[in-house]
Design a protein around this ligand. Structure first.
Ligand code: MLT
Length: 258
């Protein structure tokens, strides 16, 4: 499925995949900062933002295929830098496993390689049924928003939290349900981390309560050529909560690629 996307800037391509249930607008600071040097492509994953929202389960593999189809349509066939936040990171890991030749570096942001526990998968199914029953995404916004942000963001940037609620509530109920079921069924990629053969930067907010720094540290240790940066004053949405620190870390990493 072809995705909606932003595509701005000159130079080597950097593709950034947003988290659940957000959209490409979460990368606006990275588009501005990286976009003076890099061609930054930010798709809306299926069901999110302006991309179509089919019925059914949104498997991570289907979301990954959408990204490839969209890059092919843009005639981007050279190896690119691929980044993903949380659900976007699950898609990025699937892409690197399936199409290693298409990627030259990886940014894993507030994400993890493990599958859901049976309990977590059950919780997602309950939430998917609630959202389908109500016909809107309010329940997922209410479930997620309390866990997403650092205390610093809560105190200093409450408007960011209401902006994220607005984005979440725009995501159609069938897309939220489809993505929840896809994430619940995703495969564990921990054993594949040792096979990642491209330079990798792991970024994690110091107060990330969903994919915490100790898990990110283990993930980075399992990837042969990985660096980790723990982002201060940030929770699970580090690139939004502390864009300056994230952008500096990403630029430094990208410049090191040559
Ligand atoms: C996300 O931010 O994309 C979600 O927290 C991912 C998840 O629910 O596993």
């Amino acid at each position: 499925m072809l995705l909606a996307y932003n595509d701005n800037g000159p130079g080597p391509v950097v593709v950034l995949l947003h988290g659940f249930p957000l959209d490409r607008s979460m990368w606006s600071s990275q588009e501005t900062t990286l976009g003076s040097v890099y061609r930054v492509i930010t798709p809306d994953l299926r069901g999110h933002g302006q991309s179509a929202a089919p019925e059914g389960v949104y498997s991570i593999e289907a979301m990954a295929e959408d990204v490839i189809e969209t890059l092919d349509a843009l005639q981007v066939t050279e190896p690119v830098v691929l980044g993903g936040l949380s659900m976007g990171g699950y898609v990025a890991l699937a892409l690197v496993a399936r199409y290693p030749e298409r990627f030259r570096a990886l940014l894993l942001i507030d994400t993890k390689a493990e599958a859901d526990s049976p309990e977590a998968a059950r919780g997602r199914e309950e939430l998917a049924s609630t959202v389908e029953g109500s016909g809107n995404s309010g329940a997922v916004a209410s479930a997620m928003l309390p866990k997403l942000f650092s205390e610093t963001t809560r105190q200093r940037r409450p408007q960011l939290i209401s902006e994220m609620r607005t984005v979440m509530e725009k995501t159609p109920a069938r897309a939220v349900a489809g993505a929840l079921r896809g994430m619940a069924a995703r495969q564990d990629r921990t054993a594949e981390l040792a096979q990642i053969a491209v330079p990798t930067l792991v970024l994690v907010g110091v107060d990330d309560a969903i994919t915490p720094p100790d898990g990110a540290q283990k993930m980075a240790e399992a990837i042969p050529d990985a660096l980790i940066v723990v982002v201060p004053d940030a929770g699970h949405l580090a690139p939004l909560e502390n864009p300056q620190a994230c952008n500096e870390a990403i630029l430094h990493f990208l410049q090191g690629l040559g």
